[in-house]
Ligand binder design. Structure first.
Ligand code: KG4
Ligand code: ZN
Length: 343
């Protein structure tokens, strides 16, 4: 009998629902929230309100596109954390009541683990191999930057991480400094395509071990522009493409430096990338370049599985379903990794 898992993701500003049939994707519906763009970042209160408006139509659409009835579902998987508590509560409450009403099990999923497990989602026309255990994953999103060693689906160890800003945050803050709307990461990627990545250089962080730091880079970018704008008010407008290409290159180089160090230290030569920033064209190109140079085998996700989506929640839920690791109805969300106590 095929296993149908409904995944629900509501940790930040995307409301998403997806259906998997075993590990094969049947639907993945995402409602983005435009309401935050003019605020320069996600407003938590507005995010949870938008999730409440979106969640029923998004789930309805995911089940419809999957070509099944809700009564065919085997279990409901939801993001328990980390994320914005108000947003997580919307997905968690809905998942609980839906599973209870249908009389099927509930599966709680960690958002960061799900970004990594997205590599195991199968698509009909994608013969891409899945990474073999053990592998390393560079997990880069708006809230996290981690190098993770994965020994099994749920046996993961963070061996390096940022001590301040996340890589996505670095992209978004640099964009904000240039007056671009939120989220700026994709815009820097797009504008940087026309620019020269060697046009400007910024302070490179020197952090021990496998950890990262991006706050110094942001400050260096800010001061650089402040000085240039004093000389020429139009500096950003005139140099936008070069600025985007240069700051992108600084972030990608910093990410790759530590990742290569991790490959050397662990001897693990299967390396994946996950999270919203894995949509970045320069980072994807850097992965392929290292693969060509024979440093490691690269696993790069499909675009639809890079930024937040519910298919990744469903696949993580599927592996928990196989282990009969079900959640109880008293389960509550957690906002930060490592704060999983019931509230
Ligand atoms: O994983 P994600 O969707 O949400 C979190 O869990 O945080 O990641 C969102 C982050 C944002 O910071 C966004 O600017 C960044 O991913 N991002 C990108 C690109 N696409 C999304 N950053 C650089 N280049 C991109 N193409
Ligand atoms: Zn995410």
């Amino acid at each position: 009998m095929p296993v149908y898992i409904l995944g629900i993701e509501s940790s930040c500003d995307d409301t998403s629902a997806a259906v998997l049939c075993d590990t094969a994707i049947r639907s993945n519906v995402i409602a983005n929230q435009q309401v935050h763009a003019s605020f320069g970042g996600v407003v938590p209160e507005l995010a949870s309100r938008a999730h409440q408006q979106n969640i029923i139509p998004v789930i309805d659409e995911a089940i419809r596109r999957a070509g099944i009835s809700r009564y065919d579902l085997s279990a409901v998987a939801f993001t328990r954390g980390p994320g914005l508590l108000g947003s997580l509560l919307v997905g968690t409450s809905f998942a609980k009541s839906f599973a209870l009403a249908l009389g099927i099990p509930l599966l709680e999923v960690d958002h960061m683990q799900a970004h990594i497990l997205a590599h195991f989602i199968r698509e009909e026309d994608s013969p891409d191999p899945v990474p073999p255990f053990p592998f390393l994953c560079l997990t880069v999103s708006g809230g996290h930057t981690q190098i993770v060693r994965i020994d099994d689906y749920f046996s993961m160890e963070v061996i390096g991480q940022t001590i301040d800003d996340a890589a996505g945050e670095a992209f978004d803050k640099a964009a904000k400094i240039m007056g671009l709307p939120y989220p700026g990461g994709p815009l820097i990627d797009m504008l940087g395509k026309e620019g020269n990545r060697e046009a400007f250089t910024f302070a490179r962080p020197h952090i021990p071990a496998l950890d990262y730091s991006f706050s110094g880079l942001k400050t260096s970018f800010l001061y650089f522009l402040r000085d240039k704008l004093k000389e020429d008010e139009q500096f950003i407008e005139k140099n936008k493409a070069d600025l985007c290409a240069s700051i992108q290159s600084a972030i990608v180089d910093a990410l790759m430096d530590k990742l290569l160090k991790a490959v050397d230290e662990t001897g693990i030569r299967h390396v994946a990338v996950a999270g919203g920033v894995s949509a970045n064209s320069a980072l994807r190109a850097a992965f392929l370049k290292q693969q060509e140079m024979g440093d490691f085998t690269a696993y790069i996700p499909e675009f639809q599985f890079t930024t937040d989506n519910a298919a990744m929640i469903a696949i993580a839920g599927y592996f928990k379903y196989q282990r009969s690791e079900f959640a109880g109805y008293s389960v509550s969300p957690y906002s930060r990794a490592g704060s999983r106590s019931q509230v």
